[in-house]
Design a protein around this ligand. Sequence first.
Ligand code: ADP
Length: 259
Amino acid sequence: MNKQAPYYQTIGKEVEVFEHAYKNKIPFLLKGPTGTGKSRFIEYMAYKLGKKLITISCHEETSSTDLVGRYIIKGAETIWSDGPLTTAIKQGAIIYLDEIAEARPDVIVAIHSLTDHRRELFIDKLGETIKAHEDFMLVASFNPGYQKGFKELKPSTRQRFIATAFAYPEAKIEAEILINETGVDAGIAKKLVNIATKIRNLTELGLTETVSTRLLVDAAKLIHSGLPKRLSVQVAIVEPLTDDLDVVEALKDLCNLMI
Ligand code: ADP
């Protein structure tokens, strides 16, 4: 069965760069804030290249065991179960480690030998080294976040990847994404993008993260499905951004004027 291609609006040269990275099997790092299309891009590339994609959303508890595999007890037996990274290496899939900097440090150690010429994984619990399938590719994302609370990625790790920066697309392209993704009309799409541009420029609000394309897509979906415009913008854009009541009120006023 032929799956439909995921919709992805190309922003710059990222598709071309990824194709060459894949051809040369160089690990690929997607840098950028949340909701800027990183996951969608990788879904699109996996589809385009006809490769299976295995995605891991990394968090503070993600350990190398979660990725590599573990012994599990089945009835009276203890059997080895491959983790998603080991599966990807054996099957020649693309593995996407989303928010890699959030994972425990042993994850970074585990992938080292996969990110250089060796392209192999040492499974210490089995005492085995596995060579990666030639189609295997490692992709990771990272949110550089200039505010406190974001985890950094060490230079020695970063330099194992080629990197592409994702940011908010220019207004015309972002409006196009809203129209294609949600079916909302061009007038509403333009207004939503204007709201986003305005809020993104309000650095004095001290928001940890600002309006992402994802929030705009959500607002557009609600409007398109018939929820009143002001309410849609409030629940999809304003409330997710902050809990500070004064900021919420200020943003609500601004959005009410602009939608
Ligand atoms: P990230 O992985 O960067 O957090 P996502 O890839 O999940 O972000 O993007 C969030 C949403 O924004 C997507 O589900 C999609 O609706 C929309 N989006 C953002 N950028 C694009 C793009 N270039 N093309 C198509 N959709 C996009």
